[in-house]
Write a protein that binds this ligand. Structure first.
Ligand code: PEP
Length: 257
């Protein structure tokens, strides 16, 4: 099965809404229909910039998708500071990052919390980008596979197989995020293969073959080609390099390299 690669930029807590507009405009200049036919392109701005970016994408008919970096799992209520999946869906958000390692590490998100978010995002017709990945210590202990498979299993609990098929799972080794250290392409590809195999075993080959598995962790113009050559890597989740429209454009146009 051929899967359309997905290159998604996670801007984290960067760029106000004016800077966000500028970045998307510049990114748009770099990409044309031949790129969008080969690769889906998504940006995940901070909540405060979502509306501005949505308006720009709609007004200029850009083929750039909109993602959010997180959401709450409840519909509404007394959750000060939180944003609900319904609010995001109303803004034409298509993707929501769930369980990014920074959310897990800095905000105490457990697999159970991530699972609730994944199910809430799906219930609102959006696509979760579920992040999984081992810490440096777990890697040194040789536990990469068991950690990643455990996260996949726990975070997909209660999700139907056909929903899993439409999802994105981002394999992001924690030690490679924002550190400049990238997993060696073969190793990254092999662990993405482990994710797919775990899904195949539990959810069947149809779901596993349709599922898109991204790699994330210090992806840059210089390593995108080697990463995309891996059979089980269907795109990347990009932090730092997605803040530079020129660099992110190269990543989105990887097929031209
Ligand atoms: C990320 O934030 O998901 C990420 C992979 O960051 P970076 O590309 O900066 O390592």
């Amino acid at each position: 099965m051929s899967r359309l690669p997905l290159q998604a930029g996670n801007w984290k807590m960067n760029l106000d809404h004016l800077e966000a507009i500028q970045l998307v405009q510049r990114l748009g200049y770099h990409l044309d229909d031949t790129d969008y036919d080969r690769t889906e392109v998504v940006v995940c701005p901070a909540f405060t910039a979502l509306r501005s970016v949505q308006t720009l994408i709609e007004g200029d008919r850009l083929r750039i998708g909109l993602g959010a970096q997180d959401c709450h799992w409840e519909e509404s209520g007394s959750f000060t500071g939180a944003v609900s999946p319904g609010m995001l869906a109303k803004l034409d958000v298509s993707y929501v990052v769930c369980g990014h390692s920074e959310r897990r590490r800095l905000f105490g998100e457990t697999d159970d919390v991530v699972n609730r978010k994944v199910r809430a995002v799906l219930a609102h017709g959006m696509t979760p980008i579920l992040c999984v990945g081992e810490s440096e210590e777990q890697r040194d202990q040789g536990r990469t596979e068991s950690v990643v498979v455990g996260q996949v299993e726990a975070c997909l609990d209660g999700v139907e197989d056909r929903q899993v098929a439409g999802m994105v799972i981002a394999y992001e080794p924690v030690w490679a995020i924002g550190t400049g250290r990238t997993a060696e392409p073969g190793e990254a590809g092999a662990t993405c293969g482990v994710v797919r195999a775990a899904v195949a075993e539990r959810r069947g080959t149809d779901a596993a073959e349709a599922l898109r598995v991204q790699y994330g962790g210090s992806v840059k113009p210089g390593n995108i080609e080697a990463l995309m050559r891996q059979a089980d890597i269907d795109g990347t989740l990009v932090g730092g390099a997605s803040l530079d429209p020129d660099d992110f454009a190269v990543i989105c146009r990887w097929h031209r390299l």
